[in-house]
Design a protein. Structure first.
Length: 114
C-alpha cells in the first residue's frame, strides 16, 4: 500500500511561485507514472500535470508554461514548481499515480490571493 504525503502549499499573491513536494512510500514509485491533481471548492478533481516513469511530461492547458512537474526516484518524491500563479489556481493539490491508486494523501492547500 502506497502512502502519499504532499507539502509546500500556502498563501501567495498573484504572480508568485510555490514548489509542492510529494513523498511516496513503497518500491513501486519509480515504475509509476505520477500526476499532480487539484480540486477547487465545488469542483471535481482534475489532473494538471503528469510525468511518466521515463520522465515524459504533459500538462493541462490551464497550467502549461507556468507549472513544471519533476521527480526524484532516489527520494521517492515528485515535485510541482508553480510560477505566475493566478487566483484560479486556488485549490487543494494532491499527487497520485496516473491512473490513481485508491488511496489519496491529505493534499496541500494552495491559495492565490492579494
Amino acid at each position: 500500500q502506497v502512502q502519499l504525503v504532499e507539502s509546500g502549499g500556502g498563501l501567495v499573491q498573484p504572480g508568485g511561485s510555490l514548489r509542492l513536494s510529494c513523498a511516496a512510500s513503497g518500491s513501486s514509485f519509480r515504475f509509476a507514472d505520477m500526476g499532480w491533481y487539484r480540486q477547487a471548492p465545488g469542483e471535481e478533481r482534475e489532473l494538471v500535470a503528469r510525468i511518466s516513469a521515463s520522465r515524459y511530461t504533459t500538462y493541462a492547458d490551464s497550467v502549461k508554461g507556468r507549472f513544471t512537474i519533476s521527480r526524484d526516484n532516489a527520494k521517492n518524491t515528485v515535485y510541482l514548481q508553480m510560477n505566475s500563479l493566478k487566483a484560479e489556481d486556488t485549490a487543494v493539490y494532491y499527487c497520485n499515480r496516473n491512473p490513481p491508486w485508491s488511496d489519496w494523501g491529505q493534499g496541500t492547500q494552495v491559495t492565490v490571493s492579494s
